[in-house]
Design a protein around this ligand. Structure first.
Ligand SMILES: [Zn+2]
Length: 322
């Protein structure tokens, strides 16, 4: 039995995508047309170490298969996203502060040894970018910058119609490009990273510095206060999105994308978020390049990562229609 084929010699019809974050691990079983036939969301297990991490993730896949009435033979493979940098060759996770026990582990291999299925590990923002490219806002676009704006800033690059991984799988670390030498300290140990100016975490830090109550400092609350006309909140959002727009203008000049897709928890704020980004891209980007780039919100929400994982599995199996 080829690993590509099911019991009746057909291409295996489903793939599982898992999206592991600091709070929750989401999973879906997806068919080759992008339909989700089973899904699961469980709290991420911060206590598990080593092989137990693989057993936990494999258990999520098995539960979804059972829910959908499917067996292992129906799955072409599994793709898991990590909230860290993934070495594409060794499939080892590096820099994974939100799931610290994953740091240094080949998580995909641990899951593969549990399930006996091809298993791929990918960075979370890359996986979401592939999902938006397959089924979401970036359908049919060949050159897309996908941003995930939440506590941090994720970035996946679709270039020439494919996910661009860089030499070792680490491309797209937009959060830690330095925009202000000698600037604010970053969680990564560097100073002046974009994340310290434009992320949800940075918005909260600025709100607290301007005297907001802790309860009013989460970025969603700051956006809401700006919507209601609070000038301090407006200034915080304006400044943060200008920094993000500055960084994106530089990417526009470098890559000449057709589209920038903004997803993640803060994307629900829509034009309130996008308008200052658009203004900054038009201000700092090269005129003709900046004029023709569409800047839009993501369409798949929480499904971007899990469907992107399925697309990565199908692509790895030699399908090129995704
Ligand atoms: Zn940093």
């Amino acid at each position: 039995l080829s690993e590509n084929l099911d019991g009746r010699n057909r291409p295996r019809p489903y793939a599982a995508g898992l999206d592991a974050g600091g709070s929750f691990t989401k999973g879906a079983v997806v068919d080759r047309d992008g339909r989700i036939v089973a899904r699961l969301r469980v709290p991420s297990d911060h206590g598990a170490t080593g092989p137990a991490i693989g057993r936990g993730l494999a258990g999520i896949v098995r539960r979804m298969l059972m829910d959908a009435g499917l067996s292992d033979d129906d799955l072409a493979g599994v793709c898991i996203s990590a909230p860290g940098v993934v070495d594409a060759a060794t499939q080892i996770v590096h820099s994974c502060p939100n799931l610290q026990n994953w740091d240094g582990l080949a998580v995909g291999a641990l899951v593969a040894s549990e399930l006996g299925l091809p298993t791929i590990l990918e960075n979370d923002a890359n996986q979401a970018a592939v999902g938006e490219h397959w089924l979401g806002a970036a359908r049919g676009r060949a050159n897309v910058i996908c941003i995930t704006l939440g506590t941090g800033i994720g970035c996946g690059l679709i270039l020439g119609g494919r996910l661009y991984q860089g030499a070792t799988g680490g491309a797209g670390e937009l959060s830690h490009i330095v925009v202000a030498p000698n600037g604010r300290p970053c969680t990564c140990g560097q100073v002046g990273c974009l994340e310290s100016y434009a992320s949800g975490r940075a918005i909260t830090a600025q709100a607290l510095a301007l005297g907001f109550d802790a309860a009013d400092s989460p970025p969603e609350r700051v956006f809401a206060a700006a919507q209601e006309g609070d000038p301090r909140a407006e200034a915080i959002i304006q400044e943060a999105m200008e920094w993000l727009g500055l960084a994106l203008a530089n990417l526009v000049n470098l890559f000449n994308p057709d589209m920038i897709v903004v997803g993640g928890g803060l994307a629900a704020t829509g034009d309130q978020l996008l308008d200052p980004i658009r203004a900054a891209v038009w201000r700092w980007g090269r005129g003709w390049l900046a004029d023709q780039v569409a800047i839009v919100t993501a369409e798949l929400g929480n499904d971007a990562g899990v469907t992107g994982g399925a697309a990565i599995v199908f692509n790895a199996k030699g399908k090129d229609d995704v």
